[in-house]
Design a protein around this ligand. Structure first.
Ligand SMILES: [Zn+2]
Length: 296
């Protein structure tokens, strides 16, 4: 049975990134003068019922990131600058991602991910000198040796584990709120294939081997710098499932019936709608689930 992920909130990117313009400072300046500009800092941005756009005359000093063009050719930019201490309506992607429009979400995910990276790469990895933002924020350059440093994204896999009877296996991390269960996830290690990583994570955390691996989808997860790559796999040995006792403290197999019953009784809390984990569980369940969420 193939599963389809829908409504991945943070995967709704609808701007043309127009990378060709990043080297054209004049073109960026012209776009900026009439562009849609918003401020971003430490994962937050002004959001009420939409992103609060700045007028060109009220743009704070800070690094300028070119995010792309909309269908009308309007340029979108983010300014990475600290907010005033009394600033209100500052939201994170977790809070705004479910209610923002597609264009806004795409722009905000891009801006937050870029800002997170720039904020933590202020020095050259080769020589330790200061770096500066260049090419519309798509790169940092070293002031000493002019080496270029590109934003990195950390790959994380997340796996919907099923058995031959279409039950799913969920695990509980010790650090989560009580009764919260979710899929298994972990970071790709250097030199590892995605398939090997998936098998390793599930074996480590749940003690089971999976096969019939299928790719389900992905979404950016810039908290601070990940992309979540979703897969499903089928367990060969469901009776061997056992929590590792370190990261995962408990496991549960769920049929659709027992899943529904535990959700209704409050015995089970699942991840928030912004997460790919929630959408994976919904894809298995066969529709959106209107039940309480547990925040991480
Ligand atoms: Zn350097």
């Amino acid at each position: 049975m193939s599963l389809a992920l829908i409504n991945l909130s943070l995967a709704r990117a609808h701007l043309d990134r127009a990378a060709r313009l990043r080297t054209d400072e004049k073109a960026l300046d012209a776009l900026f003068a009439t562009g849609k500009i918003f401020q971003v800092n430490k994962g937050k941005f002004h959001f009420t019922d939409s992103i609060q756009w700045l007028s060109a005359g009220a743009v704070p000093a800070g690094d300028r990131y070119f995010l792309g063009l909309d269908e009308c050719g309007t340029g979108y930019f983010a300014i990475n600058a600290p907010f005033a201490e009394d600033a209100e309506d500052l939201l994170t992607l977790r809070e705004a991602g479910l209610i923002a429009t597609e264009i806004e979400t795409g722009a905000a995910v891009h801006a937050v991910a870029l800002a997170n990276w720039h904020d933590t790469h202020t020095h050259c990895a080769r020589c330790g000198a200061d770096t500066y933002s260049a090419l519309g924020g798509s790169v940092r350059k070293c002031r000493n040796d002019e080496s270029e440093h590109y934003p990195r994204t950390d790959s994380a896999v997340i796996v919907l584990v099923r058995d031959g009877d279409n039950r799913i296996l969920l695990g509980r991390q010790k650090v989560w709120p009580p009764k919260r269960y979710s899929n298994f996830a972990g970071f790709l290690e250097p030199g590892e294939s995605l398939e090997a990583c998936i098998k390793r994570e599930v074996l480590e955390e749940a003690g089971v081997r999976i096969n019939q691996i299928e790719y389900l989808g992905s979404q950016a997860w810039p908290f601070p710098a990940s992309i979540m790559l979703a897969f499903t796999g089928v367990v060969e040995n469901p009776h061997d499932a056992q929590a590792d006792g370190e990261e995962i403290e408990d496991l549960r197999w769920y049929s659709k019936e027992s899943f529904t019953a535990d959700l209704k009784s409050g015995e089970l809390l699942i991840p928030p709608g912004i997460s790919i984990a929630r959408r994976m569980i919904e894809a298995w369940y066969g529709g959106s689930i209107d039940f309480p969420e547990a925040w991480r």
